[in-house]
Design a protein around this ligand. Sequence first.
Ligand code: UDP
Length: 239
Amino acid sequence: MDAGVKWRRILLKVSGEALLGDKGFGIDPVVIERIATEIDEARQCGVEVGIVIGGGNIFRGVSIAAKGGNRITGDHMGMLATVMNGLALVEAMKSRGISARVLSAIEIPAVCEMFTQRAAQKYMESGETLVFVGGTGNPLFTTDSAAALRAAEMNCDAILKATQVDGIYSADPKIEPNAERFDTISHSEVLKRGLKVMDTAAIALARDNSIPVIVFSIHTPGALIDVLHGKGRSTIVTD
Ligand code: UDP
């Protein structure tokens, strides 16, 4: 492993929104390519990478519930959206020569393999990059919770959450220009202040498993490599 790298095995959380790029809906191939390139660079530093991908660029269960629809069905649709995103990301990685595989929390045998912790550990140890789709496999959860869950199951050293902003702020910096930005903060403080970085279940799970969460901007090219080397702008959540 590259001597300057801080974590040997990471769980990268990529939101569906990040995949939108300049498009209003769906997947921007330019963005997928860039993410695949950055993951490749991380791998070349000797870092093992697992990715949990969101689905918000295609569907969110709450949007159907807000219109009086069935939340559970909506969440099933949201989980399926993450499968589409994961398939796209794995194809982009494979075309770069990365050995990569989609593992799903919901059974879709014609499309991809079901996630089991044992198999996933073996694949990762043999050098594969894994994309975990289908969230936790349960409605009423989010892919942030899936990220914390998979990070714990896969013994990841850190969760790297790629977001729209360069860290955690006391309020949305797009609405409140004077919002305070944190370089470091504890999991408990995030929960106490109700900061909107990940949902409560995800932060609590990361805290209970002593997994740091690093929040950085998906829009800064090279940010993943910088964060892996302890550089660039990010917020580190650690106890
Ligand atoms: N979802 C779910 N269970 C999970 C993960 C996701 O039901 O464990 C559904 C939920 O409807 C959610 C959608 O899938 O809104 C997309 O996931 P998420 O909103 O976390 O995606 P992101 O915001 O990261 O794009």
